[in-house]
Design a protein around this ligand. Structure first.
Ligand code: PLP
Length: 399
């Protein structure tokens, strides 16, 4: 049977047009984009076109605001480190408790090494940011706020445009990790107070290992990687022309398709959620009442562990995930579910289905047919263990 792929927040398939656009830049158009001859000029033109498409996808005003990087993780690190020492007398940063590890690991490193004081703003059970705590943290000591546009595990959106206005009012820079939001939501950066934004090509049907950081014209920024002055001195290293061309093509396609694809994904996702929560008792959608990405659904089935559900789904040919790909398999409860304070979700985990424009009704039918019997089987096994008085593995300790 054809495998069903519903793990697009981990990676999307590169569009065939993207692959075709990239291929010539490995051989016949191999020139270094910094070279003075025609080989260089060909690559330079390709990088310029990709920059323009990437700019257009996020509604930025100027091409020079796009800095190509190796992906979302580098863009996130570059944003924070690039802003950190940029304003005298300011050494505090503000993040949410449910940021991606690309932000949280760096923030805790900066805190440990005493380079910055970090305010971690909590969320509630629906994944909404605690706005009072956010406002209280915003003082003239804050150099940078980094709050994600959409959470990768739940799809819940933060109101980043409003949060950026509030940060601006105290003179802090505002960065958003929009790795999951770009190409799934319309974005018009030039109409916002957002200073920096991270994106990653492999979440939008482009290649892995390439992404971009948007840096608003005039915003203070120091390069993370020093080198030969590429990217106007903001990111050293020979441009990865094939990958950048791939990102540009993926952006170009996304601009044309975004609205239609989002509506189609939302309809499929809503049917998946409605049917599964009707057929499976004591199942709920994390952040179900909130504004969310159109493609993401995190479903908790009380008394059935998401890791086991995902393993059995995989055996039945349905690829989903239990939280983020980088945390999956670690056995530690998701920091996102923990921060949301959902005891049932922390104990069982959430099964994440994430769709792309490649999914269709048949894929959703397969997930709908496959998941309820799996949950029932796991719950039966768990009840049998309880009845036999089998000892349970202790919950991992966490604060
Ligand atoms: N930020 C978010 C919200 C993500 O979901 C991911 C990847 O899953 C990243 C950052 C990291 O991006 P990359 O894999 O391009 O380094």
């Amino acid at each position: 049977m054809r495998p069903v792929y519903l793990d697009n927040n981990a990676a999307t398939a590169a569009d065939p047009e993207v692959v075709a656009a990239m291929l010539p830049y490995f051989d016949e158009r191999f020139g270094n984009a910094s070279s003075a001859h025609d080989f260089g000029a060909t690559s330079r033109r390709a990088v310029k076109k990709a920059r323009d498409k990437t700019r257009a996808l996020i509604g930025a005003a100027y091409d020079e605001e796009i800095v190509f990087a190796s992906g979302g993780t580098e863009a996130d690190n570059a944003a924070i480190l690039g802003a950190l020492d940029s304003r005298q007398g300011r050494d505090e940063i503000v993040v949410s408790a449910i940021e991606h590890p690309a932000i949280l690991a760096l923030a805790s490193h900066l805190e440990r090494t005493r380079r910055a004081k970090v305010h971690v703003i909590p969320v509630d059970r629906q994944g909404r940011l605690d706005r009072e705590r956010y406002r209280a943290a915003l003082t003239p000591k804050v150099v940078l706020v980094s709050i994600m546009w959409a959470n990768n595990e739940t799809g819940v959106l933060f109101p980043v445009e409003e949060l950026a206005e509030e940060a601006k009012a105290v003179g802090a820079l505002f960065h958003t990790d929009a790795v999951q939001a770009v190409a799934r939501l319309p974005i018009a950066l030039k109409e916002t107070a957002i200073d920096m934004l991270s994106l990653s090509a492999h979440k939008l049907h482009g290649p892995k290992g390439v992404g971009a950081l948007y840096v608003r014209r005039g915003a203070p920024f120091r390069p993370l990687i020093l080198g030969g002055g590429q990217e106007r001195g903001r990111r050293g290293g020979t441009e990865n022309t094939p990958a950048i061309v791939g990102l540009g093509k993926a952006a170009e396609i996304a601009i044309q398709r975004l609205r239609g694809d989002a509506a189609r994904m939302r309809a499929l996702r809503d049917r998946l959620e409605a049917t599964l929560t009707a057929r499976i008792a004591n199942a709920f959608v994390v952040g179900g009442s909130e504004r969310r990405l159109p493609n993401t659904s995190a479903i908790v089935c009380e008394g059935a562990e998401a890791d086991a559900i995902v393993a059995l789904l995989a055996r039945a040919g349905v690829a989903a995930s239990a939280g983020a790909a980088c945390a999956a398999g670690s056995l530690a409860p998701s920091h996102v579910l923990r921060a949301m304070g959902l005891p049932a979700a922390v104990a069982a985990g959430a099964t994440r289905f994430s769709l792309s424009r490649d999914n269709d009704d048949d894929d959703i039918d397969r997930a709908i047919e496959t998941m309820p019997p799996i949950v029932e089987r796991l719950r039966r096994a768990s009840r049998a263990l309880d009845a036999a008085g089998a000892p349970r593995i202790a919950e991992p300790a966490y604060a």
